[in-house]
Design a protein. Structure first.
Length: 171
């Protein structure tokens, strides 16, 4: 009895405070009102293409609006760092560092309305077989791209959620 009363009271408090999940469905959600109006500009190199595809799937899961109001421009930088060095000075493990910088540009005015950065470090083993090492590095890169796309999407959704009145007044 106490548990159900506590749960009911908790739900009552949450509904009264105006809490709305960012990813919530409905006509008033950030994804329905603003995110679907973002056009993602092409990103350089193969890894950029992978990030663009991930961002497209996350930002506009139901498809982009016919007329985009915003343009998302992303720049990627990748680096590697050897770790776990043996006495023979051969690294057996590596970190893959992936950094993304992004700008959201309002297409009507050309003004940059938001900027941000995202960084992800993933590790992989350096093996004696070249093919196995290449596959491990490819997997680490895919994991980093996936996590950066989640981070960028969350930051953009939070920006539009917090600045909803400013972006809708600018229409």
């Amino acid at each position: 009895m106490f548990k159900s009363t506590f749960v009911f009271l908790g739900l009552f408090v949450l509904t009264g405070c105006g809490f709305q999940p960012i990813y919530g469905a409905g006509t008033n959600s950030v994804f329905e009102t603003e995110m679907r109006h973002i056009e993602i500009s092409p990103i350089k190199d193969r890894i950029g293409q992978q990030l663009r595809n991930e961002l497209e799937q996350r930002i506009t899961p139901k498809g982009r609006a016919r007329v985009a109001k915003y343009s998302l421009k992303v720049t990627l930088n990748e680096s590697r760092q050897g770790l776990a060095v043996k006495k023979s000075e051969i690294a057996t493990r590596a970190n893959l560092n992936l950094r993304a910088s992004y700008n959201i540009v309002e297409k009507s005015s050309g003004a940059v309305i938001a900027t941000g950065n995202s960084r992800m470090v993933t590790s992989y083993n350096i093996l004696t077989k070249t093919f196995a090492t290449l596959m491990a590095e490819k997997d680490a890169r895919s994991r980093a791209v996936r996590e950066i796309s989640v981070d960028i999407t969350s930051k953009i959704a939070a920006f539009f959620k917090l600045n909803r009145n400013k972006t809708t007044d600018a229409k």
